[in-house]
Ligand binder design. Structure first.
Ligand SMILES: NC(=O)c1ccc[n+]([C@@H]2O[C@H](COP(=O)([O-])OP(=O)(O)OC[C@H]3O[C@@H](n4cnc5c(N)ncnc54)[C@H](OP(=O)(O)O)[C@@H]3O)[C@@H](O)[C@H]2O)c1
Length: 271
């Protein structure tokens, strides 16, 4: 409780899904939370549902992948709370499609939100996180550990966060700032979850089989634990840890297993 009590926590992309659950968990622990999303109506509804006695919430409707929008959001955070302790760069887009069918519209959209957005956010917020000796946490995915068939763009966008987190951690040596990256496994999706199709349009995302998914509540609790312990790298779920181990130490065996996944990946992403 004490660890997060009164801390100012900005969770990008927290109007639904995992970000919303992280925000809720932080509020429960006594943090002052900044909620964010682009869709104003969804954000308002979430803010209403999460507010309650003794809870301090600020909602900011903004596309945080745009540098000016992120700067203006940060100004609002500082104006309201005077500081920023924890920045969780969670806003992200899912995408799918075979490489040969994927347009540059899809590529640019996903890279802008999933990679350029976190880079820009981390850069702009850094002086304030340094002042509070706080945390910057990047939300990556198992797709950031190894390229996933029919999800190349998403994998690229999340793998790039590893390089960013590693560079930043080393650059900040001795400054007392915690940098973390969390490789999130398959998580039960918000029913309204969408994904970027190969042609760049936004489509509803088909659900995965229930047995492979963690609940967003469990994912949020594990993310909070990794922040509390100031861990650099956290891989969630048994599948994630197996993936990290086999892709690193037994790459050929891992490739073989990935070929087995081809059919189900093809089915999930069929156009
Ligand atoms: N779900 C999974 O199985 C899974 C697995 C591994 C990793 N992840 C990662 O976890 C994070 C959250 O995923 P999720 O499944 O919770 O996604 P989600 O249900 O689609 O929610 C995404 C949230 O981000 C917001 N958002 C998207 N783009 C934004 C932008 N440019 N600026 C501000 N807000 C933005 C969305 O609101 P608006 O659309 O209104 O902006 C929404 O609040 C993502 O980074 C994702 O890649 C998810």
């Amino acid at each position: 409780m004490e660890k997060f009590s009164n801390k100012v926590v900005f969770v990008t992309g927290s109007s639904k899904g995992i970000g919303r659950t992280i925000a809720e968990e932080m509020l429960r622990k006594g943090a002052r939370v900044v909620l964010n999303g682009r869709n104003r109506d969804v954000l308002e509804k979430t803010a209403d549902e999460l507010s309650g006695p003794g809870r301090e919430l600020l909602q900011i409707a903004a596309d945080v992948s745009a540098p000016e929008a992120f700067s203006s959001a940060l100004d609002q955070v500082l104006e309201r709370f005077g500081r920023l302790d924890i920045l969780i760069l969670n806003a992200g887009l899912s995408s799918y499609g075979a490489v040969e069918k994927t347009s540059n519209t899809s590529l640019e959209q996903v890279m802008r939100v999933n990679t350029f957005g976190p880079f820009t956010g981390a850069r702009i917020a850094l002086p304030h996180i340094t002042a509070s000796r706080g945390s910057i946490v990047f939300i990556s995915s198992l797709a950031g550990l190894h390229g996933i068939p029919y999800s190349s763009v998403y994998s690229m966008s999340k793998m790039a966060l590893t390089a960013l987190a590693q560079s930043l951690k080393t650059e900040l040596t001795g400054k007392g700032v915690h940098i973390g990256i969390v490789y999130v496994g398959f998580t039960r999706n918000d029913p309204a979850k969408t994904a970027v199709a190969p042609d760049g349009t936004i489509r509803p995302l088909q659900s995965r089989p229930g047995w492979v998914q963690q609940s967003p509540q469990k994912v949020a609790r594990l993310i909070l634990r990794s922040i509390r312990r100031r861990r650099f790298r956290t891989t969630l779920s048994t599948m994630g840890r197996l993936m990290a181990f086999f892709s690193r130490y037994f790459p050929r065996l891992f490739q073989f297993a990935m070929r087995g996944m081809l059919k189900s990946a093809q089915k999930l992403t069929a156009e």
